[in-house]
Write a protein that binds this ligand. Structure first.
Ligand code: ADP
Ligand code: 5GP
Length: 220
């Protein structure tokens, strides 16, 4: 099966990081693409786990060196997906989970049309505000900016392949998992399918021959 990019976007506080974390816990076929950012780490965010935290000059150097598959500015900081990170994941036969905002997702869509794009919706505006406040990672001014940006980002939901409402977390994770499972079964993602079908046809015709069948075995 050909591994693919799974893009998860939502307005800030929509729950994409939480959903990504839960998804990855239970599945061997996924790996999280750790982005680079110029944003300072939040409490508990380890370098190389949540993000690769970079100084602005280093981020710029990597942009100039073409190291990013996509990058965008968000709430005053830069965020980008490292090509090497995604290539390593795909080469290992796993799907790469990208937790990225909408401008970056548009760039991915152009470069990787086979990417699967899921937009996570909050159940309501009130719940979104409550979850963001509860997370407690933003000062009031930054919170206001993120909410204004959230209203803008929600407009992009219709550009995605799928939308999932993040009301009950367990159910939301199950729905994203179901999307991944369905996508892995797409015929175009199974390069070995023609060979498998050929084997099956041969077996069936051999069985038919035992009942007196005379159709010659297929060659390819
Ligand atoms: P994002 O990554 O989209 O900015 P987070 O994953 O950080 O959002 O979620 C924002 C906050 O909402 C976090 O504190 C998280 O624990 C909480 N949260 C996420 N999903 C749910 C849910 N379904 N029910 C209750 N709280 C949730
Ligand atoms: P946060 O600061 O809350 O961790 O992330 C802010 C926003 O940046 C979120 O919407 C998150 O999905 C997005 N983001 C994280 N990494 C990347 C990335 O590599 N590229 C892009 N375009 N957005 C990212």
């Amino acid at each position: 099966m050909t591994p693919f990019l799974l893009v998860l976007s939502s307005p800030s506080g929509g729950g994409k990081s939480t959903i990504a974390r839960q998804l990855l816990q239970g599945r061997e076929d996924l790996a999280y693409s750790v982005s680079a950012t110029t944003r300072p780490p939040r409490a508990g965010e380890a370098d190389g786990v949540a993000y690769h935290f970079l100084e602005s000059a280093e981020f710029e150097r990597r942009v100039a060196a073409g190291e990013f598959l996509e990058w965008a500015e968000y709430a005053g900081h830069r965020y980008g997906t490292l090509r090497a990170e995604v290539e390593r994941i795909l080469a290992g036969g796993r799907h790469a989970v990208l937790d990225i905002e909408v401008a970056g997702a548009r760039q991915v869509r152009e470069r990787f049309p086979a990417a699967v794009q899921v937009f996570i919706l909050p159940p309501s505006g009130e719940v979104l505000v409550e979850r963001l406040r509860h997370r407690g990672t933003e000062a009031p001014d930054a919170l206001r900016r993120r909410l204004e940006q959230a209203a803008e980002e929600l407009r992009a939901a219709v550009e995605y392949d799928y939308t999932v409402v993040n009301d009950d977390l367990v159910f939301a994770v199950e729905q994203v998992a179901a999307i991944i499972d369905a996508e892995t079964r797409r015929t175009r993602r199974q390069p070995d399918l023609p060979a498998r079908v050929l084997d099956l046809r041969r077996d069936v015709l051999l069985a038919a021959a035992q009942f007196g069948g005379t159709v010659p075995l297929p060659k390819e």
